[in-house]
Design a protein around this ligand. Structure first.
Ligand SMILES: C[S@@+](CC[C@H](N)C(=O)[O-])C[C@H]1O[C@@H](n2cnc3c(N)ncnc32)[C@H](O)[C@@H]1O
Length: 477
C-alpha cells in the first residue's frame, strides 16, 4: 500500500519546483505565459521557459504530477482511460487536417462557434464539437462558452501560418513554407497511428514477430504494402505525404531549442574548411543550424534523390549564401552503399540509426567506418532510452550519467522522459527500427569498428549526442 508520505513527498516536489519557477520569472520581471493564450514567440517570457533550470523544475512537476495522479486514481478508471488515449491522437489529426487552428487564429481571442468553424472546415458541426471538446478537456484549445472554441498555447503551436481559405484551396501545398510542427503531428497521427494499431497483430504472427526486415512491420500490415515506408513514400500517389514527411522532419527541430545542437560537440573547434557530412540529412535543417553558427565548415548534405531536391529548396530559402558559395553541397547517396566522401572530419547521423534494426544499423556504421580517417568523428544524434535502474555503463562513458531524481520519482523521470519510449514504439511500428539504450548503441558501434568516447545530453532537447571515434584511436574531444 502507498504510504501517505509518498503522496506528501510528491506534492512537496511539485510545490518546491513551482517556487523555483516563480522565482525565475520574478527575476526576469515577466509572468509565466498563460495556457489560455496562443504562444507568442516574441514574448520575452518564452526565453525564461527555455532556461535549463526552469526546464529541470518543469520536468520534476510533470513527472511528479503524473505519479501523484496514478497513485490516487481508481486503477480500473486509470487503465481504461489509458487504453482510450488513441482517440486523443485521432482527434488531434482531425483538428489539424481540418485546419481548425488556422480558422480559430483568424477568429481571434473571442473564438468561434463550432457551426462557423465547421462551415469553414467543410465538415459536420456536431461531430467537430465533440472532437474539439475532447481536445479542450486535454488542454488543447479552449471551450469559452458552450460550443465556442478558441486556440490556446498548445493548439497554437501547430498553426501553419497561412490563411485557412488558401489551405483548403491548395491542400497539396499546405505544409510548404510552414514551421513543420503541424506536418510532424499529421505524419505521427496518420502513418504512425495507423501502423501502431497493427502492432499486436505483427507481434502475434510468427512470420513478423521475429523478423528484423523493414518490410515485416506493423506499417506494411496497416497500409497493405510490401514496400518499406521510405520507398512507399516515393510512390507518386504519396507525393503529398513525402512533402509532409520532409517538412515534418524539419519541424521536429521545434521540440528542442534551436541552439541545442551547438551545445554538445564543439563544432566551433573544428578547423576552417573541415568537412561535415550530414548522412541521411533530410532537408539539412540540422546542418544548416550548424553552418549558421560556424560558417567556415564545409557541409555535404546526403540523402535519397527526391529528398535532395527538397534540401536544395530548403537551403536556398534559409541560407542561400552557402549554396551560392558552394560551402554546402548536395549528394544523392544510399547510406548502405560505400561512402563517397573519404576526407570527412565529421559524419553526422541525426535520427538515422533509430530508423533501422541492429543489423541494418551496423551496415550503415560500417560504410562510414570504411570511409573514415584516423581523425574522423562520428556524431550520432538520437534519443537514448534511459535504463530504469543503475547500469555499470553509466559511469564508464563520460557525460552519460544523469542526476538521480528525488524519491519517490522513477529513476528515469517517468512521463517527463516519455518521448524516447513513444519514439521507440513509433520506430518499431513504422520501420522495425528502435531507439536504443546505451548498451545497444555501444554494441552496434563496436561491431562496426567505432568506439564511443563521449555523450552529451543536449540541454533543451530530448536528444543526446553520442560521439565515437575509429576503434583504437585515442580521442581528443
Ligand atoms: C528520420 S529522417 C532524418 C533526417 C535528418 N537527419 C534530420 O535529422 O532531420 C531519415 C532520413 O533518412 C533518409 N534515408 C532513408 N533511407 C536512406 C538511404 N538508404 N540512404 C540515404 N538516406 C536515406 C530519409 O530520406 C530521411 O531523410
Amino acid at each position: 500500500m502507498e504510504s501517505p508520505s509518498s503522496l506528501r513527498q510528491l506534492s512537496d516536489i511539485i510545490s518546491q519546483a513551482v517556487t523555483a519557477i516563480e522565482a525565475e520569472y520574478a527575476k526576469a520581471s515577466t509572468p509565466l505565459p498563460s495556457l489560455d493564450a496562443p504562444l507568442d514567440p516574441t514574448n520575452p517570457a518564452e526565453a525564461v521557459g527555455m532556461q535549463p533550470s526552469v526546464m529541470a523544475s518543469s520536468a520534476l512537476i510533470i513527472a511528479a504530477a503524473a505519479q501523484i495522479s496514478a497513485t490516487v486514481n481508481n486503477p480500473a478508471l486509470a487503465i481504461i482511460n489509458d487504453s482510450l488515449l488513441y482517440h486523443l491522437s485521432s482527434c488531434l489529426r482531425a483538428a489539424a487536417a481540418l485546419n481548425v487552428v488556422e480558422i480559430l487564429r483568424e477568429a481571434g481571442q473571442d473564438g468561434l462557434h463550432v457551426k462557423d468553424i465547421a462551415q469553414k472546415a467543410r465538415t459536420d458541426p456536431d461531430k467537430l464539437s465533440r472532437v474539439l471538446r475532447l481536445l479542450a478537456t486535454h488542454h488543447v484549445f479552449r471551450e469559452l462558452t458552450p460550443d465556442v472554441f478558441a486556440n490556446n498555447r498548445i493548439s497554437s503551436v501547430i498553426d501553419k501560418g497561412k490563411s485557412s481559405e488558401v489551405l483548403f484551396e491548395k491542400p497539396a501545398e499546405k505544409f510548404i513554407g510552414t514551421s513543420g510542427l503541424g506536418a510532424y503531428l499529421e505524419h505521427i497521427t496518420d502513418e504512425g497511428f495507423k501502423s501502431s494499431a497493427y502492432m499486436t497483430d505483427a507481434l502475434l504472427d510468427p512470420a513478423t514477430a521475429f523478423s528484423q526486415e523493414p518490410t515485416a512491420t506493423p506499417f506494411c500490415r496497416a497500409f497493405s504494402t510490401t514496400a518499406p515506408i521510405f520507398a512507399w513514400l516515393e510512390n507518386p500517389e504519396n507525393k503529398d505525404r513525402l512533402v509532409r514527411f520532409g517538412v515534418g522532419q524539419a519541424g521536429s527541430t521545434k521540440l528542442e531549442s534551436p541552439e541545442s545542437i551547438l551545445l554538445g560537440f564543439k563544432w566551433d573547434q573544428l578547423p576552417k574548411d573541415s568537412v561535415l557530412v550530414d548522412v541521411g540529412g533530410g532537408v539539412g535543417s540540422t546542418s544548416l543550424l550548424i553552418a549558421k553558427a560556424t560558417p567556415g565548415l564545409r557541409i555535404i548534405n546526403q540523402d535519397r534523390a527526391p529528398v535532395v531536391e527538397q534540401a536544395k529548396e530548403y537551403w536556398n530559402e534559409h541560407l542561400r549564401s552557402h549554396v551560392q558559395s558552394g560551402m554546402v553541397q548536395f549528394q544523392v547517396h544510399d547510406f548502405f552503399a560505400p561512402q563517397p566522401v573519404k576526407n570527412a572530419d565529421v559524419f553526422l547521423l541525426r535520427q538515422i540509426i533509430h530508423d533501422w534494426p541492429d543489423e541494418a544499423a551496423v551496415r550503415i556504421l560500417t560504410q562510414l567506418r570504411a570511409a573514415s580517417t584516423h581523425d574522423t568523428k562520428l556524431v550520432i544524434v538520437d534519443q537514448i532510452i534511459p535504463y530504469a535502474t543503475e547500469s555499470p555503463l553509466t559511469n564508464s562513458i563520460p557525460g552519460l550519467a544523469r542526476p538521480a531524481p528525488p524519491a519517490p520519482l522513477l529513476r528515469n523521470m517517468g512521463v517527463a522522459m516519455a518521448v524516447p519510449y513513444w519514439a521507440d514504439i513509433h520506430m518499431y511500428a513504422l520501420l522495425n527500427g528502435r531507439e536504443r539504450t546505451m548498451g545497444t548503441l555501444v554494441a552496434i558501434c563496436e561491431k562496426a569498428g567505432w568506439k564511443i568516447v563521449q555523450v552529451y545530453h543536449l540541454p533543451g532537447s530530448l536528444f543526446s549526442e553520442t560521439i565515437a571515434v575509429p576503434n583504437g584511436v585515442q580521442a581528443k574531444i
